[in-house]
Design a protein. Structure first.
Length: 166
C-alpha cells in the first residue's frame, strides 16, 4: 500500500530571483542518477546567464581516480517571471533548441539568502540539496530533506557528497 504522503503534489517555490541564484553551488546530497554515477566527490554546479538569456549550466565532479568530469547544459525557464521551473538540456549545444530530452529542474525550497536549495522534479525521481558552502550545517540539510520527505520523496537511497581539499 502506498503511503498517503507519496501522492503529495510537488510544487515549485513561488519566486526565484535568477540573479541571486546564479553562481556556484555545492552538491550536498542527491538521489542516484545514471549520469552522475561516476561522481565520487566535490560535485559543483555553476549557473550563469548565456547570450540568449537562458541559464548556462556547468556541472563538475571528480571521479574516484581523481580525474574531473564536466557536463554543460542549458536551462530554459518554464514559468517566467517566477523562474522556479526549468527544463534542462544536456544535448550538444547546436541542437539544444529542440524541445526534447529536457529534464525538469524545479526549485522546491530555498532560503531567503540563497544559501541552500532543494531541487527536484515532479515525478520525485531526482532530488538534490545544494549549498553555497560545501559542508553546510547538518540541521539545515535535515530540514530540507524532511521537507522533501513531506512531499513524498523516497530518501532511502540518498548519496551524501564528500568533499576533499584540492
Amino acid at each position: 500500500m502506498t503511503p498517503a504522503f507519496a501522492k503529495t503534489q510537488v510544487q515549485a517555490v513561488e519566486q526565484v530571483d535568477l540573479n541571486k541564484y546564479l553562481g556556484q553551488w555545492h552538491e550536498v546530497v542527491r538521489k542516484p542518477l545514471m549520469f552522475q554515477k561516476d561522481c565520487a566527490y566535490n560535485v559543483t554546479a555553476n549557473y550563469s546567464l548565456n547570450a540568449k538569456g537562458n541559464v548556462a549550466v556547468d556541472n563538475r565532479c571528480y571521479k574516484a581516480d581523481g580525474s574531473m568530469k564536466q557536463s554543460k547544459a542549458e536551462g530554459f525557464v518554464q514559468n517566467a517571471p517566477a523562474n522556479s521551473k526549468l527544463k534542462v538540456s544536456f544535448l550538444p549545444k547546436a541542437i539544444r533548441w529542440i524541445p526534447v530530452a529536457r529534464g525538469d529542474y524545479w526549485v522546491l525550497k530555498i532560503d531567503q539568502d540563497y544559501q541552500t536549495v532543494l531541487v527536484g522534479e515532479p515525478n520525485k525521481k531526482y532530488l538534490w540539496v545544494l549549498s553555497r558552502d560545501p559542508q553546510p550545517n547538518q540541521a539545515v540539510v535535515d530540514e530540507y530533506l524532511n521537507y522533501a520527505k513531506s512531499l513524498g520523496y523516497d530518501l532511502s537511497d540518498l548519496i551524501y557528497t564528500p568533499y576533499k581539499q584540492q
